[in-house]
Design a protein around this ligand. Structure first.
Ligand code: ADP
Length: 423
């Protein structure tokens, strides 16, 4: 059994997972860890918590499989940002989390970036960098910016200052030109920006001390990673243009593989690069959150059994948890519409599921109108994926084959990047 294996790790919002696959993409082992709550000066020490979790996951990889691991990659939450002391590689200040906003930097960023650029949002990596640059008066000579995934990968390979073009999008990297734009390079803090490679590119060997401590093989390499939501898309193996993944969680998010890049800030639509293709995405505020407000998971299952998915529901709702929609309709004042409510809960649920399906259809239509490759097959992830009646309703409304994605774990997507980097 000299079979080679590929290790992927996912550092998500609530915990971390690993997946170990072979060349045929079959899973040999997987596992999960919660983040420990380390404190530092009255707040959570996230960097230490992630670092500890990284090594816990390596320990969780079965001992007899470790010598077979040829390549490692991992993903982190998008726009989670660390300012690093480049002499020692350790964070200078506490990490900026993915959802943290730095509104103080927004005006400045808007004044240098092109109009409607992805960095023009308070939670973008660039706003975090500019906010730190302007508010911290320490010596900034040997400092460097890294994303969560970059820093955790650095702990494994030891070459400081490497990122990937998925993580670097929100700091302003131009994935089409494959460089930082001039408006960014001309800023004084440009010296902090990491080098950027394609996700799943070999960076170097796993550090010797880690290799010997855990018993990994001598030729084990470490590859650039990606963001958690892109890793989850990769997991679904929607590898051809026109294949898409709809995520039916608390909200509805769609991602479509396209040969063309599209951007439209009005709808919050933008494209990530994936080699020679584009991963186009948009997120609606409709989704499972409204279902959860009205029904328990058990009720959803029971009531769904009585729905005839071949019959179109005449109820025309716009299920929202609160006021405002961005995609596929840009209207921040849109009111939730869930009336009239029929006496039958089955009919009510049918109406909600059908209405969300219509919004999904409209979403794919909008991407096409904006110039993306036309969708031809949809895989489903999230809590709604297990509802077969909903899947049938969506097939009818979308007029497309719809199925549940076999794999949806981001860690599996990261393992695919490790495999890619080894080949
Ligand atoms: P999150 O975005 O919070 O991670 P999940 O992917 O875990 O969400 O999905 C949770 C959502 O799935 C809930 O809003 C719940 O109402 C919905 N859900 C759970 N079971 C079903 C079902 N059988 N049919 C439709 N929706 C479901």
């Amino acid at each position: 059994a000299s079979e080679r294996l590929y290790l992927g790790m996912d550092f998500g919002t609530s915990g971390a997972r690993y997946a170990l696959i072979d060349k045929q993409r079959t899973i040999h082992a997987e596992g999960k860890r919660e983040y420990p709550n380390y404190m530092k000066e009255d707040s959570l020490d996230w960097a230490l918590s992630w670092k500890t979790t990284l090594f816990s996951l390596l320990e969780d990889v079965p001992v007899h499989l470790r010598p077979l691991v040829s390549s490692i990659s991992l993903d982190g939450t998008s726009a989670t940002t660390l300012i690093i002391d480049s002499k020692i590689g350790e964070p200078l200040v506490r990490p900026y989390l993915y959802n943290e906003s730095c509104p103080d930097a927004l005006l400045l960023v808007k004044s240098i970036a092109p109009i409607n650029h992805t960095v023009c949002s308070g939670s973008s990596t660039l706003c975090k960098l500019v906010s730190w640059w302007n508010n911290d008066d320490s010596d900034k000579k040997s400092t460097m910016l890294l994303h969560q995934a970059d820093w955790l990968l650095w702990l494994l390979h030891g070459q400081l200052g490497v990122s990937d073009y998925n993580n670097a999008l929100k700091v302003g990297y131009d994935p089409e030109a494959d460089s930082y734009p001039d408006w960014l390079l001309s800023q004084p803090y440009a010296q902090l920006l990491p080098t950027v490679k394609a996700p799943g590119t070999s960076i170097g060997h796993l550090k010797g001390d880690i290799r010997t401590q855990f018993g990994f093989s001598e030729d084990c390499i470490v590859c650039t990673g990606t963001t958690d939501s892109i890793a989850a898309f990769l997991a679904a193996r929607a590898t051809k243009p026109g294949k898409a993944v709809t995520s039916l969680g608390s909200t509805l998010a769609i991602k479509l593989l396209s040969t063309t890049r599209i951007e439209d800030a009005r709808y919050g639509v933008y494209s990530h690069r994936l080699d020679d293709k584009w991963l186009v995405g948009g997120a609606s505020n409709t989704g499972g959150a409204v279902l959860k407000e009205n029904f328990s998971d058990e009720q959803l299952e029971k009531l769904s059994e009585h729905i005839n998915p071949m019959e179109a529901s005449p109820l025309d709702y716009y299920p929202l948890k609160s006021v405002g929609e961005r995609f596929p309709v840009a209207n921040l004042k849109m009111e939730p519409r869930l009336h009239p409510r029929p006496e039958s809960d089955v009919e009510y649920l049918h109406g909600i599921l059908e209405s969300i399906a219509r919004i999904e259809a409209k979403a794919y239509m909008l991407l096409k109108d904006l110039g993306a490759t036309q969708v031809n097959e949809v895989f489903t992830a999230g809590g709604g994926a297990k509802n077969d009646k909903w899947t049938k309703i969506r097939e009818r409304v979308l007029g497309l084959p719809v199925s549940r994605a076999t794999q949806t774990e981001a860690a599996y997507g990261a393992a695919l990047l490790a495999l890619k980097g080894f080949q």
